[in-house]
Structures are given as C-alpha cells and as structure tokens.
Design a protein around this ligand. Structure first.
Ligand code: SAH
Ligand code: SF4
Length: 402
C-alpha cells in the first residue's frame, strides 16, 4: 500500500517536471513515506527523518515531506515540533491530498505529460489501488486507526487507472487493498471487478493483495478456474495456527476453516501457490499454540511465509508482549526454519513442470505462482515464456525456455 502511495506521489512530482534520484545530494525534495504497522518500522522512519537535518542545513531551499501511516499516528504537530526542518506532514488518511501540499511548497503543476513509472516493481508490473483503509478490528493491528475505515474506489476509477498503466507498458496488474476481496461498489463485487480488469487490452496477468479468508466465495473460485490470466498465486495471511489465538486476534476463522478454504482454491486452480503471514508471540501464545502454527506451515504447503514478532500497537496492558524476548526470538527462529524447509519442498515439486514466466530481464522473471525463475538466456523484459523447470534453490526456480 505504501509503495503504491509512493508511486502516486512520484507521479505528482513528475507532473511538475521532477525526476527521481537515488542520490540525496542531488535531490531538491525528499519524501519520507512512513510505516507504523510494527514499532520497528516507526523507529526506522523517525531515525530517517532525523538524518535529514544535515541535508536541510546544506540545502535550506530543499523541501522535506513526511507522509504515511507513522505521520498519521504521530501527527504533524509532534513531528514539526521534534523536527522543525520538516516542511510538510501528510498523514495516511490525507494521502490523496498530497498534491495540495506539493502546490503549497512548489506551486501549481505546469501540466506536463506524465508517464507511468514504477519505483518498486519492474516496469511490467503496476499497482492499482481498489480500496483504502480497513473496517476490520484485528486486535493487534493499527491499520484501521491510521488509514481509516474501508472505502472502495469506483470500478470506473479502477479501470481507468489500470488502463493508463497498461497503455504505458505494464503487462501485469496488482490490485491492492487491506481486505481486497471484500471489494464492493454498488453492484460490482470483487469477482465482477476482476472480470472487467481481465478484459483490458494488453493485460497478461492479474494479481491482488491482500485478500482476507472471510471474503472468498464460489463466484471467485469459478473465475479462478476459468481465467488463466488470474495468477496461480494467492497471498493469504493466516496469522496463527492456533484457534485460541485466532479468536483473540478477532480474525473470524479457525485454522481448519482456513485450510479448507485453501484446499477449495487449489481444487479450482490445481498447482495454486499460497503464501502467508504469521505473527509469533501474540499475548497468551503458549508453546502448544505455537506448535499449532508450526503444524499449519506443513498443512498449508505455503510457498512462502512472512513471519513477524508481535509488536504491541497500543498501551493497553492486556495487549503488551508477554514473552521474554529470548523466547520470542526462539519461536521466530523455529518458525522461519519450518517455513524454509517447507518452501523448499513446495519449490521442488515444480521440477519437471512448465511455468508461465513473465520476464523482467533476459535471465529473470516471475512465474504465475510468483516464484522467481532464472534461465541462461532467451528472456526479454515484458515477454511471457513457457519455462521447463530443471532445478530449485533458495526461493528460485531455474530452467530453460521452451
Ligand atoms: N490486511 C492484511 C494485513 C495487513 S498488515 C490482512 O488482514 O491480512 C501486514 C502484516 O503485518 C499482517 O498480515 C501481520 O502479519 C503483520 N502485522 C500487523 N500488525 C502487527 C503487529 N502488531 N505485530 C506484528 N505483526 C503485525
Ligand atoms: Fe489489519 Fe488486515 Fe485486520 Fe484490517 S484485516 S485490521 S488491515 S490485519
């Protein structure tokens, strides 16, 4: 989400004739797009802002913008007080009005043509935001507080954005939202929106992130079965394998319901890759609860799992982290080891099979299942090729173009 916001911000700068630079010494303006989903992210943002003091001293006419979720949480007053050299603070809830701050600092846009440009993904992949905020109340999560309740963009706005990005050369679209499959705008449900995007000329592959287990239905399963351009990969955060912890987290499903759901999705799309997120050390997580999460890694046959140490986002005493850091580290390590072992098994199952690969360079691309794929030669940016997989190592498949 933050990456998509950064791309929107970069586009606003480009409309004023600015270009991106990796070299801060050459920059006329700096934007710090902050995250606060875990305390560590917020701490990093704060120290990044602090380091800009020296830059501003050397370049007093330079502009500093602090934007995003940590900016929303901490507030403009606090940030400007602590860092008086910051010119503008734009919180996540006001991110769509970023252009107003830009006008305040740099004047109105000269209306130059802007091209679609990716900062984070390869040029053939473009993010398209379909919803902002979140209306869930997962107990550990700060997103609803800093991004506000769920707001769905109209299908017209989504299609116009996707169309513009495809016209500018994107081949793959990633639809974004915190509960992306909860999408609904009047009569347009998630599966209907996907159908419309799938019809856009130039589209080779459609992804979305992140769905919530509560919102998949038969209509989506039918679409997955019939539309090969819909990626054979779903990133579906599970958070825990323990029903007790899932309940405390207010996720709304049990581990059994989650596993049944991915079994159904795999029935609709054989070979579907599923990746996930886990949190370790949620308050009250016992060794038995943790073992349930380890068991889920095997049962889910995940291609990948992002594992996070629980980070308290409120001051409520019952939400404090209650495990000693040593034990937290120990569980995280065991979980990461289980994930790694399991991912390698999943990767090895692909050997001898054909993968549809969207190439980013001559040698590298991504399979529909989101696996990184390497070949010795024959790829080209933006080209889709069939690759016969010969081997697997370190999260990467290798093979030969057919
Ligand atoms: N909307 C998505 C998740 C968005 S946050 C969903 O519901 O699935 C991205 C990930 O950060 C979450 O899946 C979770 O694993 C992790 N996360 C969120 N809050 C956290 C916290 N307080 N401590 C540790 N990890 C957290
Ligand atoms: Fe946070 Fe996702 Fe839960 Fe929303 S659904 S509260 S974003 S974890």
């Amino acid at each position: 989400m933050n990456e998509a916001d950064s791309e929107g911000i970069a586009a606003a700068f480009r409309r004023r004739g600015y270009t991106l630079t990796e070299d801060i010494k050459k920059a006329d303006a700096v934007v710090v797009n902050t995250c606060t989903v875990r305390q560590k992210a917020e701490d990093k943002a704060i120290s990044q802002i602090g380091r800009l003091r020296v830059w501003k001293e050397k370049r007093p006419e330079g502009k500093i913008f602090v934007v995003g979720c940590a900016a929303q949480k901490l507030g403009g007053k606090y940030l400007k007080n602590r860092f008086p050299f910051v010119d503008e603070v734009v919180g996540a809830k006001a991110i769509e009005q970023f252009e107003d701050s830009l006008i305040r600092q740099l004047g109105p846009s000269p209306e130059t043509e802007t091209s679609h440009q990716n900062i984070y993904r390869s040029p053939q992949t473009a993010y398209v935001t379909i919803m902002r905020g979140c209306s869930h109340k997962c107990s550990y999560c700060i997103v609803p507080a800093v991004r506000g309740p769920a707001v769905f963009l109209s299908p017209e706005a989504v299609l116009a954005d996707a169309q513009a990005k495809l016209a500018a050369g994107a081949k793959e679209i990633v639809l974004l939202g915190q509960t992306v499959n909860a999408y609904r705008h009047n009569k347009t449900t998630f599966d209907r929106l996907l159908r419309k995007v799938l019809q856009l000329p130039g589209l080779e592959r459609l992804r979305f992130m992140s769905p919530h287990p509560l919102y998949f239905d038969g209509a989506f399963e039918a679409l997955l079965a019939e539309q090969p351009k819909l990626a054979r990969h779903i990133h579906l955060p599970a958070q825990s394998g323990s029903d007790k912890i899932l309940k405390a987290m207010r996720r709304g499903y049990t581990s059994g319901e989650y596993l049944n759901l991915i079994a159904r999705l795999r029935l609709a799309a054989p070979g579907l890759a599923v990746s996930t997120d886990f949190i370790v050390g949620y308050p009250g997580e016992t060794e038995k609860d943790f073992k349930d999460t380890l068991a889920m890694v095997e049962a889910g046959r995940f291609s990948l799992a992002y594992c996070f140490k629980y980070s308290p986002r409120t001051d409520q005493p019952e939400m404090a982290a209650d495990l000693p850091n040593e034990e937290l580290e120990n569980r995280l390590e065991r979980l990461l080891a289980a994930v790694k072992k399991n991912s390698l098994l999943v990767l090895n199952e692909r050997i001898g099979k054909i993968e549809e690969v969207l190439f980013e360079t001559e040698n590298y691309g991504r399979a529909s299942g989101n696996f990184a794929v390497r070949v010795k030669a024959g790829g080209a940016p933006g080209r889709m090729e069939r690759v016969l997989v010969a081997g697997a190592e370190k999260n990467t498949l290798n093979g030969k173009i057919q």
